[in-house]
Design a protein around this ligand. Structure first.
Ligand SMILES: [Zn+2]
Length: 274
């Protein structure tokens, strides 16, 4: 039980914020236990200021924490609305990137068994960004699909932004894993151009069909090309030689040209119309 109370004049000065911090601390300690002094203080408090403070607190508490990808995008100077829309892609979540790392880890284990094992890594690495792009945008896989449609973006622009983020993150992970490949340096980098070519082809095809179908077609074509090159020549890296790389460069440039042309010619994205 309190046997003393705070002077009303001191409470007035406290309400106006004109009390030193040490005195304010002991006033607050008393107020916590004394309903009488709180009742005296209440009319003196500035309601607008309290309201502003409370709003600030709830905004800070309720604000969603940015995901790691969103945090990086924000640091890169991308606007927060765009960063959230891009980072909400299912293939930019920690769980997706963890699966990518697991897949690369298993491919690395296989690579220890020799050239045929290394071929598993080379064939798999380009598929990862393709799968990521398919999961980055699509009616079936994206829980924020409708949000994306309602946002003031063309779906095309969103697809490109998300795909770039998926491509960069996957290439970084695959690049780190490739450092551990027990093969010659040219073999360890032979997956890079195919990754870009397959992703480009998937994106180009996605302008005309669902991204999942585009990705599926590209992956089937890629795997059959790699393994038929292996079977016909007997050399594990047959598909990754000079001619294979040139072919990939050609596919990449053709896909980019197609994307640029489609984007330029059709500012109205037909896929937005249900
Ligand atoms: Zn009191």
């Amino acid at each position: 039980m309190n046997t003393w109370h705070i002077e009303p004049s001191l409470l007035d000065r406290y309400a106006e914020g004109r009390v030193p911090a040490s005195a304010a601390a002991s006033i607050e300690a008393h107020l916590l236990g004394c309903a009488g002094c709180r009742a005296v203080l209440a009319p003196a408090a500035d309601a607008d200021r309290l309201e502003a403070i409370w709003r600030g607190v709830t905004e800070r508490v309720d604000a969603p924490r940015p995901t790691p990808v969103e945090w990086i995008l924000l640091r890169l100077g991308i606007g927060d609305g765009t960063a959230r829309l891009v980072a909400s892609a299912p293939s930019l979540t920690v769980s997706w990137l963890t699966s990518v790392m697991l897949a690369l880890g298993f491919a690395l284990l296989a690579a220890d068994s020799g050239p045929r094992g290394a071929l598993v890594f080379l064939a798999l690495a380009p598929i990862l960004p393709v799968a990521g792009v398919a999961a980055a945008y699509g009616r079936e896989v994206d829980p924020t699909y409708d949000v994306g449609l309602a946002a003031p973006y063309s779906t095309f622009r969103l697809l490109l932004l998300r795909s770039s983020a998926v491509l960069v993150s996957t290439l970084l992970l695959a690049g780190l894993a490739a450092l551990l490949l027990p093969v010659a340096p040219w073999v360890a980098t032979a997956w890079l151009l195919p990754s870009l070519a397959l992703t480009g082809a998937t994106l180009a095809a996605s302008t005309r069909m669902d991204a999942a179908w585009a990705a599926g077609g590209v992956v089937v074509f890629w795997l059959s090309a790699v393994f038929s090159a292996y079977r016909s020549s007997g050399a594990p890296y047959a598909a990754f030689g000079m001619s294979g790389q040139l072919l990939c460069a050609g596919v990449l440039m053709f896909s980019l040209a197609l994307l640029a042309a489609r984007h330029h010619n059709s500012p109205l994205d037909l896929r937005r119309i249900p």
